[in-house]
Design a protein around this ligand. Sequence first.
Ligand code: AMP
Length: 414
Amino acid sequence: MPGAQDETPVTGGAGDVSEGPVLVINAGSSSLKYQLVLAGSGESLATGLIERIGLDQGRARHTVDGREHVLEQEITDHAAAFAVLTAQFAEHGPDLAQASPVAVGHRVVHGGAKFASTVLIDDDVLETLRRLVPLAPLHNPGNIAGIETALQTFPDLPQVAVFDTAFHQTMPPAAYTYAVPLSWRQTFNIRAYGFHGTSHAYVARRTAGLLGKSVEDTNVVVLHLGNGASACAVQGGQSVDTSMGLSPLGGLVMGTRPGDLDPGLPAHMSRVSGMTLPEFDHALNKESGLKALAGDSDFREVMQRRAAGDPGAELAFDVVVHRLVRHLGALALVLGRIDAIAFTAGIGENTPELRAAVLERAALLGVEVDVSANESASGETRISTADSAVAAFVVPTNEEWEIAREATQLLAGT
Ligand code: AMP
């Protein structure tokens, strides 16, 4: 265990596998987010964020019992990041060897059409993930680096990959097929995949619980509105359509990504400006969305500028709402019957003005907003009136808990 002061190896837990704990890893190209979480209860034993991997001024934050411990040092690569992770646990607790995690659960952004569920990681899985890199060039390489280093750091623990795309593999062909040449679809697997699956699955299940219904009998549109954003139609616990497609660029307006565009745009920009494809790719991933409309990708900042009368921020809010209403209406028709709308993630959980604006426009579906419940919502909250034909909720997402549950269910064979 590199970097740890206590050299006791971390081995699998002896207790009930379904209770956890699970070490959940979300590795990006320059950051590593982790959480030690009990799969049974969702209780978080420690969280951490290691940033600026491979850049100057690396920083690691480890939070346990509400106390944050910050370490600043150069973190050259993912191996160094895992050394910091184990050292943080050793110094500030909980002791990883004593906590005895039952698994390491990795968030992986793109599983292509190959992975329709959570899998135990082996050499074949890793090889397939490498082959899938072209589908998510910005995300999967960091995920793979995290997995490779975790395998070296915790060789005695089962390691599991939980995919953002897997939940959407239940979409029917009519929903995921693009009307493009057959050779593109057959040779390059061009189709819609969808993302944020762990969040949509978790929120849909919690929403059914809040309605007092079984997941199998509940139809819900989940609006995951964070820095990345997507809407999902969940029918009886299964994704039947979602706003994102092949890549995490499509659908709703996001922090730095535009969401839906006319497919003619790349060729047009190339003709009128000489822009190259890599430049276009960069602009759509990093320079579009809220950043392009309001000058800032952070929705809190956009809301502050809007309150101060900034016309760019006003337009950004209106475009975000319009796009949301358009997708919500479409997904409601796809479902045929809709029981609830659920708002989640940083923006969805924290912006009553946005929720009110969307729900007022969704009156056609039979939603009636409870104005005061919406304004004061905190934690899981019903924000529609008791008489509302379609319920609306705020449901804070918990992707780490969902990953831990997925990992333990796989290990338990359930
Ligand atoms: P996430 O990707 O789920 O962490 O969400 C990040 C987004 O949520 C950013 O645009 C934040 O500005 C936004 N956000 C977080 N907290 C708030 C808040 N209290 N009010 C408005 N937006 C927020």
